[in-house]
Each structure stands twice: as C-alpha cells, then as structure tokens.
Design a binder for this molecule. Structure first.
Ligand code: HEM
Length: 213
C-alpha cells in the first residue's frame, strides 16, 4: 500500500514540475517559441507564425489542464469520496484532450522533421481520441474497472511532450545527434512508450489499488 501511495506522489511531483516548466518556458522565457521554430527548415507548407503561436498557446494551456485534471481524478479520494467532482473533472479532462488533439491536428503538418513527424503526431491524435472515447463509453455503461484501465492508457499520452523533450535532449545534447533527427527518433520512441508503459503498469498493479493518495 505504501508503494502505491509513493507512486502517486512521484507521478504528482513529476506532473507538477513539468507543468511549471512548460508554463515558464513557453509563456515567459521564450513566448514566441523562437528556439523551437528555428529548427523548422524546408517545410512543405508555409507556416504563419502568428496563427501557429496562438494555436500553440491554446495547445499548451489545455495540455496542462489535461495533465492536472487527469492526475486529480486518479486519486482514490476523488472517485470514492467526491464523485461529483470526479465526474465534472473527468469532463474537463475529456474536453481538454479534444482541444489538444484539434490544435495538434493544426500543428502536425508543420512538425519539426517534416512528413514523418506529421504522421507520428497524426497517429497520436487518432490513438488518443480512440482510447479516451473508449474510457468514456465504459463509464457510460458503468464498467468502472475497464473505465479506469482505459483512463490509465489515455493519461499516458499526457507524457508525450515530456518524453519527446527528454529523448531529444539525450540524443542531441548528450550524444551529439543532429537536432531534427533526434526529434524524429524521440517522437517515435515516445509513441512506443505511451502505448507500452500503461500495459506494463496495468499488469503489475492490482485493480483498484494503484494511484492511492
Ligand atoms: C499533454 C501534454 C502535452 C504538453 C504539455 C504539450 C506541449 C507542447 C508544446 C510546449 C509544444 C511546442 C513545442 C515544444 O516546445 O515542444 C507542443 C507542440 C506540439 N504538440 Fe504537444 N503537448 C502535449 C501533448 C501532445 C499530444 C498528446 C500530442 C498529439 C496527440 C501533441 C501534439 C503536438 C504537435 C503536433 C506539436 C507541434 C510539433 C512540431 O511543430 O514539431 N502534443 N506541445
């Protein structure tokens, strides 16, 4: 039980630190995303920086809401003691996922790395929508265990950006691989991880015992 408690705290700490990092980096340190945009060369479509930036702000804002609301709903206190909060917060999560996917759909054609990256992001969009919808359908049918399992799978997608940055940093800064190649490899590694990690997690934990607060 103590291990489960600690795991929730670990995830909560990572999520909190990452949300703060993203907000400070994208809205204060580099509000025009100049560093990130500087790697976009040879794009097939002309990128309109003003529109892209607005879409990126919306994307980042709702991505942070999805990370925070999803985390809160995994707390056992939320779904047993505060069921109304859990339901409303769940809809906030689902709406945020939809907005992140729609904004991602706009940004995908301009993704760093070109068509191969665009494909990766579009795959993520499709998977995330399908998985989150499956989780919702289960709860509409009152299938709580399946709902929770699909929500674990859905929540893993909230770590996509963090994983891309982590892998890009390792490949580019530590190993010296070119930035764009590092980014593409990082993107596909992140896709594999957000799909595989929840399966491993679900196999290891006993139903209903994990993510306790
Ligand atoms: C929920 C956590 C997420 C956060 C905090 C987040 C944040 C960000 C940020 C800050 C950027 C700007 C570039 C950068 O600094 O990385 C970005 C770009 C992007 N994100 Fe997300 N994101 C998240 C999840 C996702 C997911 C799940 C998808 C796909 C379904 C996605 C698709 C995109 C796309 C397509 C871009 C543009 C990439 C490019 O131009 O190369 N994001 N995101």
């Amino acid at each position: 039980m103590e291990g489960q408690h600690s795991f929730y705290k670990l995830i909560a700490s990572i999520v909190t630190i990452y949300i703060l990092y993203v907000l400070v980096n994208d809205f204060v340190v580099d509000p025009h995303a100049q560093t990130f945009l500087s790697y976009k060369t040879g794009l097939r479509r002309e990128l309109k920086p003003q529109i892209w930036l607005i879409v990126m702000y919306i994307h980042v804002g709702f991505a942070c809401v999805a990370m925070a609301s999803g985390l809160m709903n995994f707390s056992t206190r939320s779904y047993w003691k505060r069921r109304r909060f859990h339901r409303v917060n769940g809809y906030v999560y689902a709406a945020s996922v939809l907005i992140v996917v729609l904004t991602s759909g706009y940004m995908a054609p301009y993704a760093t790395g070109g068509q191969i990256s665009s494909m990766g992001f579009n795959l993520l969009n499709i998977f995330w929508l399908l998985i989150t919808t499956t989780a919702l359908v289960h709860i509409f049918r009152k299938q709580i265990i399946q709902h929770r399992r699909w929500m674990v799978r859905s929540y893993a997608f909230c770590f996509t950006n963090m994983l891309i940055h982590l892998f890009t940093f390792m490949l580019h800064q530590l190993i010296g691989q070119a930035y764009v190649e590092s980014y593409v490899i990082a993107l596909y590694s992140a896709i594999v991880l957000v799909l595989v990690a929840p399966e491993l997690f679900l196999r290891m934990e006993k139903p209903f015992m994990m993510f306790r607060k």
